[in-house]
Ligand binder design. Structure first.
Ligand code: PLP
Length: 355
């Protein structure tokens, strides 16, 4: 039962990969999940999920979280004390999109750095941002990277170099891997390897990683924070403090487990649909289409077309196509859009500019 089935006026919802509906077999797994009280560590489905994701990514332990924001927050606060700082991208989710939580709730200062065009933070910028041990400065404690970032795969050699630099400088390393499996899918395609192996390779560069089940993996809710046993014990206390201790959460964990078993390999289909969409939009004079690396297509409106953004989005909405953005439009592919939806969207954009 996809979004369009729930609401027949929607043909293709590209606003985010968070809009997916659980599939019938995911719902069946949720309904069948054995349950307990996870605050007593008694929920077998939560425990199984935590073991599964930790094993899959090569960590000692994991903690199921209601949201990716809470997962990143608990991760940063488990690494940092009051008066510490974390180095982060200017447009990273852990800086820009989480309500300043690390600063508000943890007195942890962000040190944002500009991104390079490929989404990386320059090694020289990271190095220059690390403060000497001096009473004037916050203590630089942590590097956080995001992969994928804006739909881009961070080059693996870069991830290795940046995390090695951080390690050499005595910093911990946290991965915001909300879309880690999209990164792994793209990396596996480049290297002709296995997606799970690439996910593990990326994760191995970090002391902790946060992964979303509610994005491309198609679960209704949930993320996991992974790390060492000792780190996860600290994060567990912070999760409780921030109101994230859940009870019979196994119904949600079962959806996430189902997604790890059945929705990882299929992410390649989302990436192929993103390419199909980008190819379909090529050649429209008003648009500059960025070639997608994963499941996000960015399309810039150029020249006079910039004034037509609202009209374009109305035109698309009237045809059941939902997107986000203003001058830079964003289309995200996922479990609940198919080739027919993509082709319908391309035709709808073309009819707008032809009219
Ligand atoms: C979605 C997302 C998160 C977490 O978002 P929630 O809505 O809190 O689950 C974190 N980081 C990135 C990069 C994301 O895209």
């Amino acid at each position: 039962m996809n979004t369009a089935a729930q609401n027949p006026s929607v043909r293709a919802d590209f606003r985010s990969d968070t809009v997916t509906q659980p599939t019938p077999s995911m719902r069946a797994a949720m309904a069948a999940a054995p349950l307990g009280d996870d605050v007593f560590a008694d929920d077998p489905s939560v425990n199984a999920l935590q073991e599964k994701i930790a094993d899959m990514l090569g960590f000692e332990a994991a903690l199921f979280m209601p949201t990716g924001t809470q997962s990143n927050l608990c991760g940063i606060l488990a690494h940092c004390q009051r008066g510490d700082e974390y180095i982060v991208g200017q447009f990273a989710h852990t800086y820009r999109w989480e309500g300043g939580g690390a600063a508000v709730l943890g007195s942890v200062q962000p040190q944002p750095l500009n991104h390079q065009p490929d989404g990386t933070l320059a090694l020289s910028d990271i190095e220059a941002a690390i403060k000497p041990d001096d009473a004037h400065f916050a203590k630089t404690r942590l590097l956080t990277l995001e992969n994928t970032w804006g739909g881009k795969l961070l080059p693996f050699a870069y991830v290795q170099a940046a995390t090695q630099l951080a390690r050499d400088k005595g910093l911990s390393r946290h991965l915001d891997g909300a879309r880690l499996f999209n990164a792994a899918t793209a990396q596996a395609a480049l290297n002709a390897t296995d997606t799970y192996a690439e996910a593990r390779a990326i994760a191995s560069c970090f002391d902790s990683a946060s992964v979303c089940f509610s994005k491309g993996l198609g679960a209704p809710i949930g993320s996991a924070l992974c790390g060492s046993k000792e780190f996860i014990a600290r994060a567990h206390r912070i999760r409780k403090m921030t109101g994230g201790g859940m009870r019979q959460a196994g119904m949600l964990a079962a959806a996430a487990s189902h997604a790890l078993d059945h929705h990882v390999q299929r992410l390649a289909e989302d990436h192929a649909l993103a390419v199909r969409l980008a190819d379909g939009l090529q050649g429209i004079a008003a648009l500059e289409v960025e070639a997608p690396q994963t499941n996000i297509v960015f399309v810039d409106l150029v020249g006079a077309a910039r004034e037509k953004s609202a009209a374009l989005q109305e035109h698309l909405k009237a045809r059941g196509v939902l997107i986000t953005g203003l001058y830079r439009l964003r289309f995200v592919t996922h479990l609940d859009v198919d080739a027919a939806g993509v082709d319908h969207a391309v035709a709808a954009v073309r009819s707008f500019f032809a009219g």
